[in-house]
Design a protein around this ligand. Sequence first.
Ligand code: HEM
Length: 148
Amino acid sequence: MTPDAIKAIKASYAEVTATQRQLASRFYLELFSAAPNLRPLFPQDLTDLQGHFEAALALVVRNLDEMDTLRTPLRDLGAQHVHWGARPEDYVTARNALVAAIGALSSSWDATLEGHWRQAVTAIIVPMLEGAAVHTAIEAERLAGGGA
Ligand code: HEM
């Protein structure tokens, strides 16, 4: 991402998270209205998860200019998500829900900012999906090697 795009995203993120939990609660609203089938995977009470989600996102936004440092933790997060039932196609739904949530809360939303956000969220979900795939491959190797 260009330095200008990163700057625009950081400013946009600061705006939409000025009120705590606002972005996360809007995200889950968008996610479950686009994909109601995902709701049962999540706990009934989303309060803690909203906090975790915003903390993870804040970390990524802070480190957009050095995403390489986040590859391993994002892969680990993706591996964890296998156990929570996240399928590869759900990540595109989640990306679109997150971009829609940010757009809904932004005062100056346009195609350029939307493009920057789409790119940033893609940079989050790609290592998560890689982590899920590696996790699955390791499990296959373990079984092939005679693991129980
Ligand atoms: C933009 C991509 C995503 C990010 C940044 C993200 C982030 C997170 C974070 C930070 C947590 C909390 C982890 C913890 O408590 O240690 C979490 C939990 C969870 N995520 Fe995601 N997630 C993403 C995509 C998805 C997708 C596509 C699904 C699909 C179903 C999903 C389902 C879940 C579930 C079910 C939980 C945990 C529920 C529980 O605590 O029982 N996430 N996610």
